[in-house]
Design a protein around this ligand. Sequence first.
Ligand code: AMP
Ligand code: MG
Length: 267
Amino acid sequence: MAEQPLIPPRGKVNLADYDPNYRGQWEREAARERVMALREELSVLQNKLYADGRHAVLIVLQAMDAGGKDGTIRSIFTGVSPQGVEVTSFKVPTEEERSHDFLWRIHKRVPRKGMIGVFNRSHYEDVLVVRVNGLVAESVWRKRYDQINEFEELLAESGTTILKFFLHISKDEQKKRFEERLADPGKHWKFSLGDLEVRKQWDLYMRAYEDVLEKCNRPYAPWHIVPANAKWYRDLVVMETLVKTLGGLPLRFPLAEAGIETVVIPD
Ligand code: AMP
Ligand code: MG
């Protein structure tokens, strides 16, 4: 089991107390092997979740740019049946999305029973980028923490298990990853000049994240702060948490049809 002393937070959250470089006693190779073993477990559990059809799982991924959201999704779901996983990436809202309440586009994408839904960014953008850039009045975004909690409680009470991960990288690590993107033409598409503007607002984002982690960390929808400077440790923590959560659900295969014991398949 990966040691996870950094999660989940309780009470006041100061992100400076959480080391993005933390990796417990783990070394890269051992962690990679463990992730491979867990991948097999995840594949079996996902198949059972799908067959059972009574529970849904929602994974929310949030991070600063280059924080590893895409890489985490690739790593965690390699080897899992694509039929049972639905990934949604939330971008700047379209005009249609903006003309509804902020949860409208989110609610439409939550996983149905039997499915694992993955949000690459989420409704939390509406209290992160929206807050930092003042895209709506403070009186509007302030209310959203409660609105989000109630929304997530509704999902939980409707059979959805919610796991939220904040992939925590340092500002130095982001610089390194941006430089890698600039140095590799195959990664240029991942870089936008706007990312530099967001980087300038780093401290404001950290304050906004701290509020999210503090106000929206509920037993029915816990936040996990994942030390994410080392990609292999990040993958290990997310994988362990997911497999443990799925393993804790009362999953069972549906009962066989009556009479199946005596069936002989004709030639
Ligand atoms: P990327 O993840 O690089 O594809 O970028 C998606 C962009 O969409 C990011 O700059 C987000 O800040 C932005 N975004 C996502 N959700 C919202 C939202 N609700 N309001 C404004 N911008 C958003
Ligand atoms: Mg980006």
